[in-house]
Structures are given as C-alpha cells and as structure tokens.
Design a protein around this ligand. Structure first.
Ligand code: SAM
Ligand code: DTB
Ligand code: SF4
Length: 324
C-alpha cells in the first residue's frame, strides 16, 4: 500500500537498516510497483544560464559567487527545439528546460518559454520545466501550453534550509509545489545530499516528501556537485553508500514514484550506477551536461543500457500515476 502517514521513527528505522537488507526491501517494492526493465530517460537543458539573484550555497548559477559560469540570456526557441529533437533521437522521452530565475515573471521571456513548451510537446516528448517560483496562474498557463511536469526541489530539511538558502523560505518552496499540483501538472520534487546536513535532515526531508497528500510523481536524488567558487566547494564528496541508502529509502517510502538518480552520475562507475538501479532508482538525466556541470554522454549511457539490459521507459506512460 502507498502510505502518506510515515513517522520520523519509521523512516529512521528504514534509513538505518543494514545496507544489503535495505536494498533487498527496496528492490522488492520496486518489482511490485514498477517495470524494473525500464529506466526513464530525461534530458536537461539550461535555457537561461547564470546571473541568478538567489544565494543557494550549492549553485554555480548564483550571481554572487565567482564560479566561471557565463551568463546567457534566454535561448532561442529553434535552438531549444533542435536540442530536444537530438535528445529524442538519442532515446530520451522527457525534456526538462531549466532557467536560473528566482521566480517566473509575467513578461516576454515567459511568453517565449510558453512557446518552447508547446514546441517540445509537438515533438512528442514529456515537457518539464524548472524555472523557480510560480504563481497558480503561471502554473495554469504552463499547463495549458502542454507542460507535463514541473521540477521544484525541497533540497534539504526545513531545519537546515536556512543554512543553504536565505533568499527564500521553505514555505515559498511548498507553495509553488502546491500551485503546480493545483494546475494539474505532475510534480517533480526531491533534494540534494552532501550539503553538510545530518542524517536526521535527510530523514526529515524524506518525511516531508512522503507525507504530502499525493507523493511527487518523481523524486530526484542529487549528490552535491561541488563547484569551485560556491560556498560548498570544500565539502567532502558524497559517499556512494549514502546515495544508495537515500535512493533505497526513497523507493520504500514512495514505491509508486519515479526515483531519479540525478546529479553525481558523472563521478560514479557503471557498477555503482547499477547498484542504484537495483536499489530502486528508475530514472536518470542524460545529455553531455546537467545544467552547467558534466554528465555522462548519450553514448556512454547507451552502452550502459545495453550492458545492464535496460530500456528507456516510453513517454506518457501512466500506470504509476494511478497508484498514489
Ligand atoms: N532556479 C530554479 C530553482 O532553483 O528551482 C531552477 C533551476 S535549479 C539549478 C534546480 C535544482 O538543481 C536545484 O533546486 C538543486 O536541487 C539542483 N542543483 C543545483 N546546483 C546543484 C549542485 N551543485 N549539485 C547538485 N544539485 C544541484
Ligand atoms: C534536479 O533535481 N537536478 C537537476 C534538475 N533537477 C534541474 C539539476 C542538477 C544541477 C546540477 C548542477 C548544474 O549542472 O548546474
Ligand atoms: Fe538560482 Fe535555482 Fe541556482 Fe538557486 S538553485 S541560485 S534559484 S538557479
């Protein structure tokens, strides 16, 4: 059964289960609720890069840190559609456009993004955006243009949030997620590990996600990509085992969701990635870059799928939506 009433104690117990047992439990639920032969392939494109006014301590695109990321104005629709087509040809079924904005404003740039959403939809891919905070009417406009999903991460626990971002609140984040849901767009919401948070913080974040009235349709789990110039550049690299533990716990709490092995894949071996799929991950980001940082190439990922006998999940497949 899909549950929405997980307690902190229960989640702590799951998270602290000996690793192989934890993976086994996650794998069992994964088989029950998902087609384990399939992995969802999503491709990201940064359509507006850098110069962001927020102070997210992990982010290479915040204007206030010297990270060497060049500021780029909103891309042209044709370029965006050409890249979406390339991604589709490489087997990707979801296209996610990211903008380094604090929030969406009702201006010409938003009109242009609306146009891009329509264009990508016409190509036959699931369209996703991650553009910062949204009002309900903006979410509706995106929905009317054919937006399938919206990514807006909680990143960490409510308690630790203020150590990472001061220019907006946790409630702002939750409000946007609510606006997305009200507009009938699927929710993509997860977090990052390796920000200097405690295990408790991870557990609390997972409780917030898994006790939402409807679980997010997809839950990206990111390992911090440490970028020179950001306040978090000197933090230690995330332990691979923490990533597996986090993925397995997420799978157990939200068995009907897509669990995405997100940032951090470029630093993982094939066997480590395979272990994440065993532990319940069933979605990845493909393409040479995530937004601004390195990611495995389409070719490398193609080889991985061959090797592991995985196939890309088809677009607009709906069965998981009905189970929660
Ligand atoms: N500006 C919008 C926002 O913040 O919602 C959309 C783009 S933002 C870059 C999307 C997400 O990328 C963030 O919420 C965060 O979870 C993730 N992210 C950014 N930088 C990262 C990093 N260095 N390592 C891991 N994840 C990162
Ligand atoms: C998510 O959870 N991870 C993606 C996507 N959603 C937008 C972004 C990861 C960004 C990593 C840093 C970068 O490439 O700039
Ligand atoms: Fe801006 Fe998003 Fe980066 Fe925060 S995570 S600095 S809001 S682009």
């Amino acid at each position: 059964m899909i549950r929405h009433d997980w307690t902190l104690e229960e989640i702590k117990d799951i998270y602290n289960t000996p690793l192989l047992e934890l993976m086994y439990r996650a794998a069992t639920l994964h088989r029950e609720y998902q087609d384990t032969a399939e992995v969802q392939v999503c491709t990201l494109l940064s359509i507006k890069t850098g110069g962001c006014s927020e102070d997210c301590a992990y982010c290479p695109q915040a204007a206030r840190y010297n990270t060497g990321v060049d500021v780029q104005a909103l891309m042209k629709k044709d370029e965006v559609l050409a890249y979406a087509q390339k991604a589709k040809d490489a087997g990707s079924t979801r296209f996610c456009m990211g903008a380094a904005w604090r929030e969406v404003r009702d201006n010409r740039d938003f009109d242009r993004v609306i146009d891009m959403v329509k264009g990508v939809n016409e190509i036959g891919m699931e369209v996703c955006c991650t553009l910062g905070m949204l009002t309900e009417s903006q979410a509706k406009r995106l929905a009317d243009a054919g937006l399938f999903s919206y990514n807006h991460n909680l990143d960490t626990s409510d308690e630790y949030y203020g150590e990472i971002i001061t220019t907006r609140t946790y409630d702002d984040r939750l409000k946007t997620i609510d606006n997305v849901r009200k507009a009938g767009v699927t929710v993509c919401c997860g977090g990052i590990i390796g920000l200097g948070e405690t295990h408790e913080d991870r557990i609390t974040m997972l409780r917030t996600l898994s006790t939402m009235p409807a679980h997010p349709d997809s839950v990206p789990i990111n390992a911090l990509t440490r970028v020179k110039g950001t306040p978090l550049e000197h933090l230690p690299k995330v332990e691979f085992w923490d990533m597996v533990r986090m993925i397995a716990t997420t799978r157990i709490l939200m068995p009907g969701a897509m669990v995405r092995l997100s940032a951090g894949r470029a630093e993982m071996s094939l066997s480590e990635q395979a272990m994440c799929f065993m532990a319940g991950a069933n979605s990845i980001f493909t393409g040479e870059k995530l937004l601004t940082t390195k990611n495995p190439s389409f070719e490398e990922d193609h080889m991985m799928f061959e090797l592991l006998g995985l196939k890309p999940r088809e677009a607009f497949k709906e069965e998981h939506v009905h189970v929660h």
